[in-house]
Design a protein around this ligand. Structure first.
Ligand SMILES: [Zn+2]
Length: 55
């Protein structure tokens, strides 16, 4: 089953592959912000969610 990590603010797909990856790697790759909406990314199990919206 593919792993899919999306921004909960805008739905941007940050990661979508079958291989397991540490959520920390996703955050490192994107620099802690969603590349589309620039919302801050926060790690939850198997997910990246947003706590603060672009101001
Ligand atoms: Zn976003």
């Amino acid at each position: 089953m593919p792993i899919k990590i999306v921004c909960s603010n805008c739905g941007f797909v940050l990661y979508s592959k079958s291989e397991l990856i540490a959520p920390e790697e996703i955050v490192k790759k994107f620099g802690t912000r969603c590349p589309r909406c620039l919302a801050k990314l926060v790690i939850k199990p198997n997910r990246v969610v947003v706590i603060s919206k672009k101001s």
